[in-house]
Ligand binder design. Structure first.
Ligand code: NAD
Ligand code: TYD
Length: 342
């Protein structure tokens, strides 16, 4: 693996950038090409520390650009495909771009990967493709759970997963897929709930909690996720799917927000219940025993520890997130404008 060339798509986004930093620190002999369109979610500041390395190349471009993708793919051994539109709320307001990027863009990459005989196409997906578990149940998603996506975002990711498997079964593309739970950690765009909450408090604002705040998410610290992807690339089996989850146990959004408020020494009441998200999935929970048994991976960072690290990082890096809040002020204002405190 040491001299190989990786094409990382979406490497200027949250998980992709964390992965590139992790990968180059641990595999300094390999080459990384980062293909990213730099949408609102892409930020090259994150990669500042590695941008001049001779084995790192950044290409600004669209995964749906056939000519560009074929040109890049000619030199690539492994694709790690993160690039996507990722925010459920945005997918509800403007689904079209989710279909274009997540489905058609993935298809463009698959065709090029096949044509250029890449040795591994690793597709990063989400537990949201499995739909919503009942509140109060002890059920968890496994590799055998049927697909039941409920938002335009999760439907587009489900479609991309199906295409990856179809290319494996029909044309023999050597693929792997991982479906992970909600990631959090350093360098996450502050529209997702954890960085939104932290940066709102830092900016003197309250935290908006959708509905009754009882929805449950499974929280995965991004560094644990990067280590899981590394293991899948180095020791995972072709044509396999791996579920990756965190150490949190059925934490509701309300409990999550209250933990953040406590860790940041704010009053427990500095949040508002606001209008719920349409079709809001109730509960996600991931059974990661398959990747544990087959590759020896398990998450290591507890939610409390991961939150403390994340809070410390945002406190120390207002230069990273403040410009993003300012630049995307119109989005934040219009998104929360219709929200009513309830
Ligand atoms: P992100 O929104 O932070 O970053 C996405 C990146 O993709 C950005 O840098 C953006 O510029 C780039 N991009 C978007 N459209 C593109 C295009 N057409 N061509 C090239 N680049 C494009 O996303 P993230 O949170 O880092 O998520 C990465 C992957 O992980 C996604 O596939 C997502 O579905 C999956 N995932 C994320 C989470 C999570 O909690 N963040 C959970 C499960 C799965
Ligand atoms: P989010 O971070 O958008 O991730 P996802 O929708 O992919 O799970 O949201 C996480 C949870 O937090 C989800 O249940 C919706 C909720 N949420 C709020 O309560 N308020 C907010 O302002 C946001 C953005 C999310």
């Amino acid at each position: 693996m040491s001299t190989q060339t990786l094409l990382v798509t979406g490497g200027a986004g949250f998980i992709g950038a964390n992965f590139i930093l992790y990968w180059l620190a641990n595999h300094p002999d390999s080459r990384v090409i980062n293909l990213d369109l730099l949408t609102y979610a892409g930020n090259l500041e994150t990669l500042h520390q590695i941008e001049s390395l001779p084995n790192y190349t950044f290409v600004q471009g669209d995964i749906g650009n056939t000519e560009l993708v074929n040109k890049i793919m000619a030199d690539v051994d492994t694709v790690v495909h993160f690039a996507a539109e990722t925010h459920v709320d945005r997918s509800i307001k403007n689904p079209d771009i989710f279909l274009t990027t997540n489905i058609l863009g993935t298809h463009t990459l698959l065709k090029a990967a096949l044509k250029h005989h890449v040795k591994r196409f690793h597709h990063i997906s989400t537990d949201e493709v499995f739909g919503s578990l009942e509140l109060g149940s002890t059920k968890k998603f496994t590799e055998k759970t049927g697909y039941d996506p409920r938002s335009p975002y999760s439907a587009s990711k489900a479609a991309s997963d199906h295409l990856v498997r179809a290319y494996g079964e029909t044309y023999g593309l050597p693929y792997t897929i991982s479906n992970c739970s909600n990631n959090y950690g350093e360098y996450q765009f502050p529209e997702k709930i954890i960085p939104l909450a932290i940066t709102n408090l830092m900016a003197g604002r309250r935290i908006p909690v959708y509905g009754d705040g009882l929805n449950v998410r499974d929280w995965l610290y991004v560094q644990d996720h990067c280590r899981a992807i590394e293991l899948i690339l180095t020791t995972g089996q072709e044509h396999q799917t791996y579920l990756i989850g965190g150490l949190s146990h059925d934490v509701s959004n309300l409990e999550l927000i209250k933990t953040i408020l406590r860790l940041m020494n704010h009053a427990e009441t500095e949040f508002d219940f606001v209008t719920d998200r349409p079709g809001h999935d109730q509960r996600y929970a991931v059974d990661w025993s398959y990747i544990h048994q087959s590759l020896g991976w398990s998450p290591t960072v507890s939610l409390e520890e991961g939150l403390q690290r994340t809070i410390d990082w945002y406190l120390a890096h207002p230069d990273w997130w403040q410009p993003l809040k300012t630049k995307n002020q119109a989005y934040f204002e219009s998104h929360y404008a219709g929200s009513k405190s309830i």
